[in-house]
Design a protein around this ligand. Sequence first.
Ligand code: CAA
Length: 258
Amino acid sequence: MSEALILSETRGRVGLITLNRPKALNALNNDLMDQLGAALLAFEATDEIGAIVITGSEKAFAAGADIGAMKDWSFMDVYKNEYITRNWETIKRVRKPVIAAVAGYALGGGCELAMMCDFIIAADTAKFGQPEIKLGVIPGAGGTQRLPRAVGKAKAMDLCLTGRMMDAAEAERSGLVSRVVAADKMLDEAIEAATIIAGMSLPSAIMAKESINRAYESGLAEGILFERRNFHALFGTDDQKEGMAAFVEKRKPVFRHQ
Ligand code: CAA
């Protein structure tokens, strides 16, 4: 059996995935990414799971793609086999909300992995960066595309061209992370946020996620139309009837996720 490079467990309706290569600061190799992809798709297929949290260790969410593994690869190796980027976009196939819970380093592919999640909750120890330029390459898993969308062109250029790291406070100021929490509370906070989300109607959560993502991929009029159609569609769910009836009856809704 291959080594367990990720740990997968459930906390109520939350699926918790922990990157588990601590000695290499969770450097992302193909095996780890394959295992991560499989764990994500397993939670996606489980009705009892409503949201997912991906986390790393105290020292590193992930310090990037595995430099030792890639150092001798040729263009043809990476082009034909999609080494490094193979399986990376699996996370985008997941329709349930995914939170990145980041402590320590989130560098290179680690920062890109966090940015592929729906939002990032950071410990005050978190450090983000795209240092690939120092290795003679550039970000290869979306860093030059997702970072400017998150923090704007100026800071994205600064980070990708100098390779410097930004701390949690700067990351929050610039809009990369949604919240910064004391390191010892960070995972609890992320699981609590995921638990709240998992308690909502799953169709609503999926459509909210799809609609916000559409804001990055279309013009305003197209995005508004997409949102409106999703809003209309939710009137076909049992959960809309339950959510609104519960409000009127001054009780908590019991969503059945349909
Ligand atoms: N790949 C492979 N191994 C890595 C790694 C990586 N990205 N990052 C850290 N490690 C390993 C180190 O080699 C070291 O292993 P050994 O104990 O066997 O020597 C171990 O993790 C601990 O690392 P350090 O001793 O370097 O720890 P440190 O505290 O002194 O420094 C660090 C921490 C600043 C994060 C430093 O490890 C570092 O700069 N890592 C590389 C960061 C990087 O360049 N990431 C981008 C990778 S390229 C990429 O991600 C491409 C892409 O876009 C897809």
